[in-house]
Design a protein. Structure first.
Length: 217
């Protein structure tokens, strides 16, 4: 078993458990009415639960992306690692309040919003690039259609959520949009963990490919 792929399973599980726990512990709000970032805000109940979920997911995603890069190369795994870094940043750059407000916002609140938008785009593109890369790798070719469908579904869910962040249904829409790529990541990580370990790809001189070489797909 490839143990280094297992954080790709543990991260999404921990993150999902964090938002479920944080949502159920809310007082004066519906379980799905507060967005995920709001659960980590200073005025949330036990915000450390959601912050921990962000950090565990981010770290696990970076680790999993590295192992996937060793297996298939390409830009997809690098974008997955980038999503992990952005997830950690989103967790540390906390929103000011549980609920969205129209008043002045702190610099870290604004930075959180920017990081989140980049993260959402990363999640969609990473899945589509993985789908393309899987089509070139015989042992992963059967997974191409699943990653393609997941990437499209994530994009569609985000297209519904982002224009309606102030709507009462925003919390539910966000949870759906986030859970789709996390489910895909968990499935790929579980599959990767069970695959026999192979030698890392080398170039013609017997050296490991550079970062820029890995970007070619």
């Amino acid at each position: 078993m490839r143990v280094r792929a297992l954080p790709g399973v543990a991260g999404p599980v921990a993150f999902t458990a964090a938002w479920v726990t944080g949502s159920l512990r809310l007082t004066g709000h519906g379980a799905l009415s507060v967005q995920l970032s709001g659960l980590a805000a200073p005025d949330a109940r036990n915000p450390w639960i959601m912050i921990s979920g962000f950090l565990v997911l981010g770290g696990g995603t970076v680790w999993f992306g590295q192992e996937l890069a060793r297996d298939i190369g390409g830009a997809g795994p690098r974008l997955i690692q980038g999503a992990g870094v952005l997830t950690v940043a989103a967790g540390l750059l906390r929103r000011d309040h549980m609920e969205l407000t129209s008043g002045p916002a702190s610099w870290h609140n604004d930075a959180h919003d920017i990081v989140s938008l980049i993260l959402y785009a990363d999640l969609v593109v990473a899945q589509l690039l993985l789908a393309r890369r899987f089509g070139d790798v015989p042992s992963w070719r059967g997974w191409r259609r699943y990653l393609l469908a997941s990437g499209i579904a994530t994009g569609a869910a985000l297209a519904v959520f982002l224009p309606n962040t102030a709507a009462p249904s925003a919390g539910l829409l966000q949870r759906v949009a986030v859970s789709i790529p996390l489910a895909a990541m968990t499935a790929v990580a579980a599959r990767l963990a069970s695959r026999p370990k192979e030698k890392e790809p080398h170039n013609r001189q017997g050296q490991k490919p550079s970062f820029f070489a890995c970007l070619r797909i």
